[in-house]
Write a protein that binds this ligand. Sequence first.
Ligand code: GLU
Length: 503
Amino acid sequence: MTVRTRFAPSPTGYLHLGGLRTALYTYLYARRTGGRFILRIEDTDQEREIPGAVQKIYDSMRQAGLTYDEGPDVGGEYGPYIQSERKAMYLPYAKQLVESGHAYYCFCTKEKLEADRERAEKEGRPYKYEKDCLKLSKEEVERRLAAGESYVIRQNVPTEGKAGFDDVLYGHVEVDCSTLDDNVLIKADGLPTYNFANVIDDHTMGITHVMRGTEYLSSAPKYNLLYEAFGWQPPMYVHLPPVMREDFRRDKMTKEIIPDENGNPVTIVRKLSKRYGDPTFEDLLEQGYLRDAIINFIALLGWSPKGEREFFTLSELEKIFDLEGINKSPALFDMNKLTWFNAEYVRRLSAEEYEKIATPWLQKALGEGELDLKRLCELLQPRTEVFNQLPEMVDFLAEMPSFDKELYTHKKMKTNPEVALDALTRILPVLEKQEDWSEAALHDAVMAAIQEFGMKNGQMLWPLRIAISGKANTPGGAFEIAYLLGKEETLKRLNHSIEELKA
Ligand code: GLU
């Protein structure tokens, strides 16, 4: 049997990280087993559809490197792969269920259903459709259909007995049929509901393994009843626990923190959610996280490889991913861990790769000046966690930050504004005379001067770096920064800082 898996997003927005994880596991399982990976667009809920979202799904899948073997924009033998384009396929199957008594036409109006729901609520019992239309005679149904009355088709769930299914993670899951509602299968607009379409599509597309979120765990018994009614073999199910995140308790609307009675924030664990500002896959790429780092990190969000190793490329994951490693407990998303992962990946880039990715970020802060970007990149690479930090790390090269006297005091370096002023006044003529402005030559000249003046290294090097950068933290020391700035700019800044220190 060839494994056939599918990722079946609804076009309701960006690819959130929980969705990316489902897509990734689904993809990896197909690759590991030599199977086929299919993309299906589930757009039967047209009210929730966001324009452009389908294209974004294609783009995101490509950016993530999750190539699908079949899908709307690549074709395949089991198409179409967009549910709205399959519209004509569903009704005959629903009619087949009506024939066999597993489904029925329902003509109840919205108002009636609403009133029933309100009554149930008032009486404090869970609402369920009361099967009113199941009692209609065949003739009456035909008459009303012929008269063009609006209808839906509902699943006829048995009132007694149990319905269940097998899940790879959760084992046999079973519920009492009496707790299940007669779901709508075909809506008044003729489109199927997710509840129906997922069964028909998974079967007719030959899907062998279904991976999706645990929010579908409670409906899956109902889907199994449909498989049984058709006499079809259900796929293997792997319901994936949600991705959670630690946060403070917040107001749902304003997102403001709701403290406890003592005014302290309350830590909670909640589902990862765009609504609370959690990043999507696209957000992370835009912020300068590397694709491979995100994928590696997401792979480990609820799946553990055998052994201690943590770093895997996508193609390595394709060889080792297994269902046994998936955890049953919810995964906890930790942004710091992702950032740490990213920093590791940044370090592993070749110098050329780093420069290529870093350059647009650097140009944001520096424009297209004459600065030695290659050298700057060498200095930055070991310090880069995420690329969006770069503009802030280098902006001082474009413009000297405003003077801050306090930066000149450093206990360990045994320096303060007076020591600094003395050091800088002495080194100025040395640098003015300096012709070779390479880092090595600057190093030799300044170190020789320090010796001659009888100072400690830190008493010169700390103030000098502050005087030409205006920042306590810089990528590289005084020589590297002087080199990057060039002689003219270095001297200009040095003179300026000396004047400020004197003032
Ligand atoms: N369209 C569903 C969603 O986006 C997918 C559920 C499934 O994979 O069956 O949540």
